[in-house]
Design a protein around this ligand. Structure first.
Ligand code: SF4
Ligand code: SF4
Length: 381
């Protein structure tokens, strides 16, 4: 079967993303590290910069992080911080500046601890997105980030550059969304590893080369569908993964689904479709406001109410027709954990779909228990 990417990074999506960042840095781009889907990458691209995702999913640096941070903190925060302390995160080492947002408490306090390493701007994110004034306030934060970049790198970011960046990001987002839509095929024609690779690639890729690559992927998937080159069996149970971002050591959950012969047909989280699911209004006359409006609609559990999450789940379940929704929560992620109460009831009762909540960390200690629970949940269909 033709692979989606024809390069040397077949099994290594992070190395592919790193190569993108290195290439752009060597061509003169400033590297802006980001920890969250709320980071408005359009502003970074408009400056001629390149975003680099700094969220880490490896268990290895966690003991180092626990010398400083509380043990009962989200493993994503500990892993990201531990890498910085050890100076072993290749993405962080390449950054010229970092942007953070006031999302969850652990992350925003961690930003204070890494401020000594890089110029850092923390965007104040309103957490009641539908309240009066929330969009205007968030526009103020987006503008603050723009001014931070302009001052730090002695440059100006014009409205025209922002508009061009919005158009390019929209084009890319539409293509990524089109690729994820192949998840609806039954039997499957795209694996979760391929979806994850596309989402990882698209974060640091931009411009004609990225568009050509994504269009080529769509052509490959179309050919697979037409030639009936399937990546799963006709009888395979279908699984949608939602919840916290996943990657690295926590991919153990997705691998266990594979081991049961099921097919993951959707990745709804921030390391999947979520950052690409929407587009920004073009030609609005106020590109910062257009960016603010679009980003405030991201359905993260840090928001209250987070109604967008349920709309997205409805769309995803209707399109992908999963037999099981796995809601993956990282340990000590209180927002996603509490939200599972509403998500479970919505998925089971309103969408009529089986549901499994999984709370885990980056260790391998719970592999046996996870395997049993996933197998049992798939059996129940
Ligand atoms: S889950 Fe929320 S806080 Fe985490 S990266 Fe996504 S948008 Fe940001
Ligand atoms: S997974 Fe949850 S606790 Fe961890 S960084 Fe994301 S929002 Fe914060």
């Amino acid at each position: 079967m033709t692979p989606l990417f024809n390069d040397d990074f077949q099994e290594f999506p992070l190395k592919r993303a790193l190569a993108q960042v290195v290439g752009k840095r060597e061509a003169g781009a400033k590297v802006i590290g980001a920890y969250c889907s709320y980071a408005p990458v359009e502003v970074v691209w408009a400056m001629g910069g390149v975003p680099a995702v700094l969220c880490a999913f490896s268990n290895a640096p966690i003991p180092k992080a626990e010398e400083t941070l509380p043990v009962n903190l989200c493993p994503l925060i500990k892993s990201s911080f531990g890498f910085i302390e050890l100076k072993t995160c290749p993405f962080f080492e390449l950054t010229d500046a970092v942007v953070g947002e006031t999302t969850c408490d652990g992350k925003k306090k961690m930003f204070e601890l890494i401020q000594k390493h890089r110029p850092l701007y923390v965007m104040d994110l309103p957490q009641c997105p539908t309240n009066e004034g929330a969009v205007a306030y968030w526009r103020h934060s987006v503008n603050g980030f723009k001014q931070f970049l302009e001052e730090t790198f002695a440059t100006t970011i014009s409205d025209a550059a922002l508009e061009e960046s919005i158009r390019e990001c929209n084009r890319k987002n539409r293509l990524v969304k089109q690729i994820f839509a192949f998840g609806a095929c039954k039997p499957a024609v795209i694996t979760w590893q391929e979806m994850y690779a596309v989402a990882t690639y698209a974060m640091s890729a931009q411009g004609p080369e990225a568009i050509a690559q994504l269009e080529e992927i769509i052509a490959t998937l179309t050919a697979r569908r037409e030639q009936k080159l399937f990546t799963s069996k006709e009888s395979a149970k279908r699984v949608l993964i939602t919840g916290c971002p996943v990657g690295g050591d926590v991919l153990k959950v997705l691998k266990l689904v594979d081991e049961e012969g099921a097919a993951i047909v959707g990745l709804d989280s921030c390391t999947g479709l979520k950052p690409y699911a929407d587009v920004t209004e073009e030609g609005s006359g106020d590109p910062l406001l257009a960016i603010a409006k679009r980003y405030l609609q991201i359905p993260c559990a840090c928001m209250t109410p987070n109604t967008g999450r349920f709309e997205v789940l409805k769309q995803q379940v209707e399109a992908l027709k999963p037999d099981l929704v796995i809601d993956l929560v990282l340990q000590s992620c209180h927002t996603y954990n509490v939200e599972t109460v509403k998500v479970e009831s919505y998925v089971r009762e309103d969408l009529g779909t089986n549901y499994l909540k999984v709370v885990t960390d980056f260790s391998q200690q719970d592999l046996g228990q996870l395997k049993t629970r996933i197998a049992a949940a798939l059996e129940m269909n």
